[in-house]
Design a protein around this ligand. Structure first.
Ligand SMILES: Cc1cc2nc3c(=O)[nH]c(=O)nc-3n(C[C@H](O)[C@H](O)[C@H](O)COP(=O)(O)OP(=O)(O)OC[C@H]3O[C@@H](n4cnc5c(N)ncnc54)[C@H](O)[C@@H]3O)c2cc1C
Length: 277
């Protein structure tokens, strides 16, 4: 039977969820942890959708090793990302990011796949995934495909997920020996979304720097990365100011966000050098 708009169905497996989305004919909305979607519904920012609840699909949860990568199920909750021993050992950036995300109640329900699919430009995980050069796995009516994080986030709350697709897992490279990860942000209060933030990864092959809350998507700061690779921190801060175009809003001006980005880069670089706590 074709599901009616405004309904709710709990999917029993991935195939069932995909079929429910197909039946909903464009009106289906995937419900994972509900920490962003339900808030949007309460604020009447989204209405009339057919909710396809995937939260009980245990196959989409958990962390496994796969050679030199970790595979993180889309339904792995923030609190699990923060406490998982494989993530702590091999991708510390993600574990460190969790302490900046919202509050305990939200971290207990919110999922890493939900955070990626929601694509809030101020969220921590999307920028982490870009900095780590992660791959996102999506399954839909046409099968399964893998999307590089840089291509996944396309605009404010927009991703390259197609209609009827479900994000199933995220694959991240394990840190090689000597690799360092740092996340830094400034927020008005603990648990608030950041006014500006960044993720810095130092690999043998060079630096990767991704910023959040300074543009419509996570920003991979390639000019600043080149300067960091050359050991020119002042040049990297100057390059970063040129390559981001932050918004002004009620929280902060564009100029303040640009200033914060430079301050955060200096802090992160000091941490990489071991000069800062
Ligand atoms: C008060 C408050 C403060 C917050 N502060 C922060 C913060 O500081 N930093 C931060 O990063 N986040 C913050 N969040 C958001 C929180 O991290 C959410 O958990 C997260 O953004 C969404 O995850 P979810 O599993 O709850 O997704 P849901 O709310 O269930 O879904 C969010 C969106 O993603 C889609 N979706 C979810 N899962 C999938 C999937 N597997 N495949 C396809 N589409 C999917 C849904 O259809 C929906 O459009 C905050 C939320 C609240 C309410």
């Amino acid at each position: 039977m074709k599901a009616s708009a405004g309904g709710y169905v709990r999917a029993t497996d991935l195939g069932h969820a995909l079929e429910l989305l197909r039946q909903a004919d464009g009106m289906g909305r995937v419900l994972a942890g509900g920490q962003s979607l339900v808030a949007a519904m309460n604020m009447r920012l989204t209405t009339g959708d057919m909710l396809v609840d995937i939260s009980r699909l245990s196959d989409l949860s958990g962390v496994t090793e796969d050679g030199d990568t970790l595979r993180i199920g889309a339904l792995t909750r923030h609190v699990e990302v923060g406490s998982d021993p494989l993530i702590a050992a091999h991708v510390p950036l993600l574990a460190d990011a969790v302490r900046y995300i919202a509050h305990a109640a939200i971290r207990n329900r919110g999922t890493i796949g939900g955070a990626a699919a929601h694509a809030d430009p101020a969220a921590e995980f999307p920028a982490c995934l870009v900095a780590l050069d992660a791959r996102l796995e999506a399954t839909g009516p046409d099968g399964t495909r893998t999307i590089p994080a840089e291509a996944f986030f396309t605009d404010v709350f927009e991703t390259s997920l197609r209609d009827g697709e479900i994000l199933t897992a995220i694959t991240v490279p394990k840190a090689a020996s000597g690799e360092r990860h740092v996340i830094e942000e400034v927020a008005r209060r603990s648990g608030d979304y950041a006014l500006a933030g960044l993720c810095l990864v130092k690999r043998a092959g060079g630096h990767r720097l991704a910023l959040f809350s300074v543009g419509p998507t996570p920003i991979l700061a390639t000019s600043a990365m080149e300067k960091l690779d050359a050991g020119d921190l002042d040049g990297a801060v100057a390059a970063l100011a040129e390559e981001i175009d932050p918004p002004s809003d009620t929280q902060a001006s564009a100029a303040y966000r640009r200033h914060l980005a430079g301050v955060l880069l200096r802090r992160a670089a000091a941490k990489l050098q071991g000069d800062a706590p």
